[in-house]
Design a binder for this molecule. Sequence first.
Ligand code: FAD
Length: 404
Amino acid sequence: DGPVIIVGAGHGGYQVAASLRQAGFSNRICLINDEAHLPYQRPPLSKAYIKGSSGPESLMFRPEKFYQDQKIELIAGRAVSIDRASRKLLLASSETLPYGHLVLATGARNRLLDLPNANLPDVKYLRILDESEALRKIMPSKTRVVVIGAGFIGLEFAATARIKGLEVDVLELAPRVMARAVTAQVSEYFQSRHREAGIRIHLGVQATSIEAENGKVTGVSLSDGRHLPADLVVVGVGVLPNIELAAEAGLPVAAGIIVDEYLSTADPDVSAIGDCALFASPRFGGSLRLESVQNATDHARCLAARLTGDRKPYDGHPWFWSDQGDDKLQIAGLTTGYDRVVLRGDPARKAFSAFCYHGDRLLGIESINRAGDHMFGRRLQAMDRQITPEQAADESFDLKSALA
Ligand code: FAD
C-alpha cells in the first residue's frame, strides 16, 4: 500500500519503476536521482562511449517522455535519511517523502586511492557518466596514462586508451589481471592480448605515490622502486557499496545491505537490490553481493513482482560481459570455488571457453569470442542441466544435444 519510493536511478532503480508499471501497479512511484542525467546504462562508459563520440542521450534507457507517460516521478536530489517509524524518506533538499515501500538501489561508489596527489585533476575514476565524459574530453591532450588496477574497468579503459594512441601502463597488485573474477587461463589470455597491443602490464606491484609539478601529474612511483612517467592516471581499484543510508536507519549491513531471499531488509517495508545488496541465495548457498547489470535488473524484476502480489524468492542466473579491445569476454554462472578448468576451443585462435567445475558439477563458463558457448551456458543453467568435463573438452560433442 502507498507510494513506492526508490533511492537511486541506476540500472536497478530504473528497472523496478518500469517493471512495477508494467505489472499494473498504479500507486505513486518516485525515483530519486542524484545524477544530473536521465537514468542511463553504465557499461558503455568504459567501452563504446569512451571510444566514440556519441552524446549522453545514446546511453539513456528511455527518453523523458517515458517517465511522464508512465507517471514515474523523477526527483532530482539525494536521500539523506530514513525515518522508518513514520515511513518517511528525507532528501537533502529537506523535502520528505512518505512511503508504503522503500527500495534502496543505491549501487556502489569508487574506492578512492589514498595517496598523495590522488585528488589532482589528472587523476580520474570511471563510474558515472560525468567521469567518462571528462576522461573522453582530456584524452586527446594526453600522451601517457598509468592505469591503477587491472580489473574489468581498468582493462577496458586501457585497451581503449591504447587504440587512441596513448602509451599505457597498467599496475596490478595481484599476480594476474582480473584475478578475483576469472580463471588463470583467461587472465593469461588477456595479459598476452593487451601486451601484444603494446600495453605494459606490471603485476605484483602497487603505486606508492603520484608525482606532480605545478598541479600536473608527471608520473607514478611503484612499490618495487620504479618510476613510470605519466600525464594521466586512471584508477580502477574497485568499489564500495553504498550502505550508509541503511546503516544509519538501523538496518543490518555487512559487505552490503543485508536482505533475505526475497530481497527484503529486516524491515518488511524496505528492500534493497543491485550492487548495494548482500542477498541470501538458496541456489548458491550463503550470501552474495554481485556487481552486474543482470543482477541489478533481475533483482528489480523480482522485487516488482513481489510488490504486485507475485512473491517468489530471487533465483537469478548470473551472467556478465566485458569488452577489451577486439575481445569479448562473457561469463555465464558464478566461476568461483572451482577445482577444475576444462578448455573448449583454442586460445591461440582467439576463441575459447573455460568451463569451471567443482568435481563433476559445472559452475560456470568464461567464453572469449565464443558467444555460442556463452548462450549455451545460460540456457543450460536455466534448465538446471550439466555436461561432463569430458563432453565440454570434446569439440565434436554437440552442445545443443544437451539442451534438447
Ligand atoms: P547503479 O547503477 O550504480 O545506480 C545507483 C545509483 O544510486 C547511482 O546513480 C547513485 O548515484 C545513486 N545513489 C546512491 N546513493 C544515493 C542517495 N542517497 N540518494 C540518491 N541517489 C543515490 N556490468 C555488467 O554486467 N557488464 C558490464 O560490462 C559492466 N560494465 C561496467 C562499466 C562501468 C564503467 C561501470 C561503472 C559498471 C559496469 N558494470 C557492468 C556494472 C553495472 O553497471 C552495475 O552492476 C549496475 O549499474 C548496478 O546497478 P545498481 O542499480 O545497483 O547501481
